[in-house]
Design a protein around this ligand. Structure first.
Ligand code: MSP
Length: 572
C-alpha cells in the first residue's frame, strides 16, 4: 500500500484568539496537503490546539472563568476560522482529550521506569509575576533582572528532569547525516549551532501548588507535566501511537551550562548504571512494534514557525522521539516558516498590533486571504503584513489577470463558435500565430510553466508556484491580444486558426484551474464549472488531479458554460 502523506502544524495556544500568523501556518499546511491530494496521494493532515499551561491558566483566571471553559471558547474560534478559511484537516488535536492524556502519561511512565526521568532540586532566581525560574539570559546589561519580571526571589523547588543531554552526540550526528532534517537549510545550521551549546537536562514538571492546569505525572500526583512533553506528543497521540508497544533507548551523559530555564546541569552520579545497561540497545523493532495504523503514516512533514524550532522541535522533540525508540529514518522533517510582522515589528496582543483573520476573510473572502498569505511571503522568510498589498495582489493577479482571461475567453468562445470547441491537434501544432510565437504558444508555455509549478510545490515554495501560474495566465492574455480572434472571426479563410486560438484558451484555463486549486479551491471549481468540465464531481476534491494538467484533455466538440465574473475587483 502506498504510504500516507502525513503533515502536521504547531498546535496553537488557547490563551487568546487566532491572529493572521496562526492563519498563515495552517493555510500553508492546507495548501501542501491539497497539493498531495491532487497528486492522488492518501493524506493525513493533523492540526489542533495546545490547551494546557501557565499562559492559559493565567488568561482564564483574568477572565474569571475555569480554564476548561475558557479553552473551550477559544478552541471554537480556531475551529471556526479553519472552516472559514477552507483549511481542511483530517484529524483535530485537543490536548485536554483523554486519548492524548493517556499517551502522554504512557510515555512519561516508560521513561521514568527506564531511569530517563528523575527528581531533583532546582535552586535559583524566580519571578513571582511570570512564575518561572530565571537564568542569566534574563539579566539586563546592568546585571539585574528587569522590571518586567516583577518581584524576583531566590527559591528552591523539587521537580522532575528528563535526561536530555545524554542525546547530544546522537542529535549532532543525526543532523550531520541528514541534510534536509530542517528546511530551509539555514535553519538547520542555526539548530546545529544550538545543539553544540546544549547541556543540562530538561525540567518537565511543575508542582501543582503553582500550576494545576496540565496533565498529572503518572508517578507523582503532586505534579503536572510542563510543557513540551504534553504539547509535542500530540503529533503522535492523534496518529495512533501506542506508548505501551515499545521500550526506551539511551545515549551517554554530558554536562555543561544551560540553554534555558527548564534546562539544568547534569550531575555525574545520577545516571543509574544498571538502567543504562538495560536500555543500551536501541532497537528499531521498538518502532516496528507500533500499530500498523501509525506506521502507515509516520514520519510526518511538520510545519512550524521559526520561534519553536530551537529548542522545542529541533532539540526536545527529536530527542524525545529518539528516547522512545524512533530510529533515524523515522525522524520527522521540520519545515520552518518565517513570521508575518506588522510595520516591521512582531505581532503581539499586548502591543495591540495583531491582524484579525476573521475580519479580513469577512471583508475580502477566504480565497483573497489565502492568495495573499501564499503569494506575498517566501517560505522560510519573514514578511510585513499590509492590507493594501492584499488588495493590490488580488486586483493584479486575480481580478485583472486571471479573471479577465477567463471572462474574455468564454465570451469569445460563446460569440465566435456558439460555445462548442473544435480541436484539430495536428493543425494546432502547425498553426502558431507566426514563427516568432513558438515560445509563446500556450501549449508550450503551459507545459514548461506547469513543470515549474510542480517543482515549487514539491519544495513548499508556494509563492514561486503562484508566480509560474501567473506566467501561464499572462502569456495567454498576450496570446489573445496578438492572435486577435475578433479579426480572425471576420475572415472566413481563418476559421481553423480561430478554432485553435479558442481551444488553446479553454485548455490553458483548465490547466491553470488544476494548478491553482491547492491555493484557491473555490475559484478552481468556479473555473471548472464555467468550462463545464467534470460537472458530476462539482464541489468535490476528486475533480482535480495533477495528471490531468496535461495539454489536450478537452475533447473535440466540448461545449463550455456561460461566463460569470469570478474575481470582482476590490476598490483600494
Ligand atoms: N503551542 C505552541 C506550539 C506547540 S507545537 C507542539 C505555540 N503556540 S503559538 O500559538 O504561540 O504559535 C503557534 C504557531 O504559530 C507557531 O508555529 C508559531 O511560530 C506560529 N506563529 C505565531 N505568530 C506568528 C506570526 N506572526 N507569523 C507566522 N507564524 C506565527 O508556540
Amino acid at each position: 500500500m502506498p504510504k500516507t502523506f502525513f503533515i502536521t502544524t504547531a498546535i496553537d495556544y488557547t490563551n487568546s484568539p487566532p491572529h493572521i500568523g496562526h492563519a498563515y501556518e495552517k493555510v500553508l499546511a492546507d495548501v501542501i496537503a491539497r497539493y498531495h491530494r491532487l497528486k492522488g496521494e492518501e493524506v493525513f493532515f493533523l492540526t489542533g490546539v495546545d490547551q494546557h499551561g501557565q499562559k492559559v491558566q493565567q488568561s482564564a483566571a483574568k477572565a474569571g472563568i475555569p480554564p476548561a471553559e475558557f479553552v473551550k471558547d477559544i478552541t471554537h474560534k480556531f475551529v471556526d476560522l479553519w472552516k472559514k478559511l477552507d483549511v481542511k484537516y483530517d484529524e483535530w488535536a485537543e490536548t485536554t482529550s483523554d486519548r492524548h492524556k493517556k499517551v502522554v502519561q504512557g510515555i512519561l511512565r516508560r521513561l521514568f521506569d527506564a531511569g530517563q526521568i528523575y527528581k531533583d532540586k532546582q535552586a535559583g532566581y524566580y519571578s513571582v509575576r511570570q512564575e518561572q525560574f530565571l537564568t542569566d539570559k534574563e539579566r539586563g546589561a546592568d546585571g539585574q533582572f528587569g522590571a518586567e519580571w516583577g518581584e524576583v526571589e531566590f527559591r528552591e523547588e523539587e521537580n522532575y528532569y528528563f535526561r536530555l543531554s545524554q542525546y547530544k552526540d546522537w542529535l549532532l550526528s543525526y543532523l550531520d547525516n541528514r541534510k534536509d532534517a530542517v528546511v530551509p537549510d539555514f535553519r538547520q545550521t542555526e539548530l546545529r549551532n544550538a545543539v553544540e551549546r546544549l547541556s543540562g537536562d530538561l525540567c518537565i514538571s511543575r508542582p501543582k501548588s503553582r500550576l494545576d492546569w496540565g496533565i498529572e505525572l503518572p508517578f507523582d500526583k503532586n505534579f503536572v507535566t510542563y510543557v513540551w512533553f504534553d504539547a509535542l506528543t500530540n503529533y503522535i497521540s492523534f496518529a495512533g501511537y501506542d506508548p505501551n508497544a515499545n521500550a526506551v533507548a539511551t545515549g551517554s551523559p554530558q554536562d555543561e551550562s544551560v540553554l534555558d530555564a527548564d534546562l539544568r546541569p547534569v550531575g555525574t552520579d545520577r545516571s543509574n548504571e544498571s538502567l543504562r545497561t538495560a536500555h543500551r540497545a536501541v532497537a528499531t523493532s521498538e518502532f516496528d512494534a507500533q500499530p500498523q495504523e501509525f506506521r502507515d503514516k509516520w514520519p510526518a512533514l511538520q510545519i512550524i514557525g521559526k520561534d519553536v524550532l530551537v529548542p522545542a522541535h529541533g532539540i526536545y522533540w527529536l530527542i524525545m522521539l529518539r528516547a522512545i525508540g524512533f530510529p533515524d529514518d523515522q525522524m520527522p522533517q521540520l519545515l520552518d516558516h518565517g513570521w508575518w510582522n506588522l510595520g516591521g515589528a512582531k505581532m503581539s496582543k499586548s502591543a495591540g498590533n495583531v491582524v484579525d483573520p476573521f475580519a479580513l476573510a469577512e471583508k475580502y473572502g477566504a480565497e483573497a486571504v489565502r492568495y495573499y498569505l501564499m503569494s506575498d511571503i517566501a517560505t522560510g522568510k519573514d514578511a510585513d503584513f499590509s492590507e493594501e498589498r492584499l488588495v493590490e495582489r488580488y486586483n493584479a493577479d486575480l481580478a485583472n489577470s486571471l479573471g479577465n482571461l477567463l471572462n474574455r475567453s468564454l465570451n469569445m468562445i460563446e460569440k465566435y463558435c456558439g460555445s462548442r470547441l473544435k480541436r484539430d491537434a495536428e493543425f494546432e501544432n502547425a498553426a502558431t500565430i507566426g514563427p516568432r510565437d513558438a515560445q509563446v504558444n500556450p501549449s508550450v508555455v503551459a507545459k514548461t510553466a506547469a513543470e515549474s509549478v510542480i517543482e515549487a510545490f514539491e519544495n513548499a515554495t508556494i509563492h514561486t508556484a503562484l508566480y509560474f501560474v501567473q506566467v501561464i495566465v499572462i502569456n495567454a492574455n498576450g496570446y489573445v491580444d496578438r492572435a486577435a480572434p475578433w479579426k480572425l472571426a471576420k475572415d472566413p479563410t481563418e476559421g481553423a486558426k480561430l478554432d485553435v486560438v479558442l481551444y488553446s484558451l479553454a485548455e490553458s484555463l483548465r490547466i491553470i484551474a488544476i494548478l491553482i486549486s491547492p491555493v484557491l479551491p473555490k475559484a478552481a471549481h468556479g473555473i471548472f464549472d464555467q468550462l463545464n468540465w467534470k460537472m458530476e464531481l462539482s464541489g468535490k476534491e476528486e475533480r482535480f488531479l495533477l495528471a490531468d494538467a496535461e495539454w489536450g484533455k478537452l475533447p473535440d466538440g466540448h461545449v463550455v458554460g456561460k461566463p460569470v465574473p469570478l474575481f470582482p475587483r476590490f476598490e483600494s
